[in-house]
Design a protein around this ligand. Sequence first.
Ligand code: NAG
Length: 121
Amino acid sequence: MGRIKLQLLSLLVFLLWTTSLTEGSDVTQTDLLWEKQGDNATMSCTHTKGAQYYQMYWYRQLPGETMELIVYTTTGIKNHDFGESSKEKFSATKPDAESGTFTVKDLQPGDKGLYFCAGLS
Ligand SMILES: *[C@@H]1O[C@H](CO)[C@@H](O)[C@H](O)[C@H]1NC(C)=O
């Protein structure tokens, strides 16, 4: 499970994410990003667990709320499953089994929270 922390500082959105998939220390990535309010923030998740881990889930947890699934992505498929989530607000790519990206568009104070990725076989 990867962990992404999104905070708002003044007019800047501060993004810190640490990514790692469950059951393994073979996945770790820490990044720090500064984004302006209104900008788009793209975070990525990678692993070296092999091609059988071709699915990736992206979640977010807003302060005081439970973790919610935003999108379920599958390698080789363009139309990822956003369920009830807004496709205007979020986008995701899954170019290959070992990597994926997630974008939050038009960053607002309400986007502050923790973002997670999880890979599954
Ligand atoms: C954010 O992404 C959207 C859709 O891809 C694009 O239209 C918009 O120009 C981007 N905004 C910024 C600030 O880059």
